[in-house]
Design a protein around this ligand. Structure first.
Ligand SMILES: [Zn+2]
Length: 68
């Protein structure tokens, strides 16, 4: 039982680390509101750029601001 929990924690940890690394390498994702159908200049989610910072990147910026 403990081994299963440890494996689960290890998996979650690995996935988290991979996601954070991915966010650091590719901080910009496509806007889910308007990018699939082409850029929308009036899109409020991305200000018409068609790109949005990922949640992980926003978290990273937030934490960096917090510890400085
Ligand atoms: Zn957009």
């Amino acid at each position: 039982m403990i081994a299963a929990v440890a494996l689960l924690v290890a998996c979650a940890f690995t996935i988290t680390v991979c996601y954070i690394g991915f966010c650091l390498v590719f901080p910009w994702g496509t806007c889910v509101r308007c990018a699939p159908g082409g850029k929308n200049r009036t899109c409020r989610a991305c200000n018409g750029t068609g790109m949005r910072p990922r949640l992980g990147w926003q978290l990273y910026v937030y934490l960096r601001r917090l510890y400085r």
